[in-house]
Ligand binder design. Structure first.
Ligand SMILES: [Zn+2]
Length: 229
């Protein structure tokens, strides 16, 4: 599926919002991404997950001659929602490639957030993933930090991150930024929204009103009011 078609789908269902936004990291942007909206739209979500599963599976074959993944894992909450849908899709692609009698099942590993922004998995899963091959998944990545934390988590329990699949790599993150040995990153969308620092924001300079319903717009305006000379 082509990038422009994917972008259009995301815009139509309200994932992509255009205007003037303050992001949580303080930067300003002409685009805001609310990936939660995708999870509510069953048809579009399945369509994109199917495209992502196929792409990841193709890349796994191409880059590491791999025909299966033992598990799918991603940062809570978006990564969990995706893993639930992607794992059975990966499993059925494996059965298609290796034959229906293959015992290569693909398990969903759910993560939960812990203090300090890291992630954790259940004790049972942490024992199970030793020496198993995992596909790391994420909805949107800007710096790759959340995926990197999941990569560390998998390594800590002696699992093997064997690839990464991201719906939207908006930060142009490279695979070597995602973990120690992630062999590939599959992505549906690489379009980069325009970003500004608050000091150099062209939209602020043109007095384009800041959206307060999304991101940190409301906080930014409140602070500005407080410190206005
Ligand atoms: Zn601005």
């Amino acid at each position: 599926m082509r990038e422009d078609r994917i972008y259009k789908i995301l815009k139509n269902i309200g994932v992509v919002k255009e205007g003037h936004f303050v992001l949580r990291n303080g930067n300003h942007s002409d685009t805001y991404i609310e990936m939660k909206e995708l999870f509510k739209e069953e048809e579009e979500f399945y369509t994109l997950m199917e495209a992502l599963a196929k792409r990841a599976y193709r890349d796994a074959n191409e880059y590491c001659f791999r025909m299966h993944f033992d598990f799918v894992v991603g940062p809570a909450e978006g990564g969990n929602v995706m893993a639930n849908i992607l794992a059975p899709m990966i499993e059925s692609l494996t059965k298609k490639a290796l034959g229906p009698l293959t015992n290569k099942a693909c398990r969903v590993i759910l993560t939960k957030k812990v203090d300090g922004g890291a992630f954790d998995i259940s004790l049972e899963d942490s024992i199970w993933i030793k020496n198993k091959l995992g596909l790391l998944v994420e909805d949107v990545t800007t710096t790759g930090r959340s995926v990197l934390l999941v990569d560390e988590l998998v390594h800590r329990h002696k699992g093997v991150p064997a690839g990464c699949a991201v719906i939207w790599n908006r930060g142009g993150v490279r695979r070597d930024q995602l973990g120690r040995n992630v062999p590939f990153i599959s992505t549906l969308l690489t379009k980069k929204p325009t970003l500004f620092t608050p000091e150099t924001c062209a939209l602020c300079r043109s007095n384009v009103p800041i959206h307060t319903d999304y991101g940190a717009g409301a906080e930014f305006l409140a602070l500005q009011k407080k410190y206005k000379p």
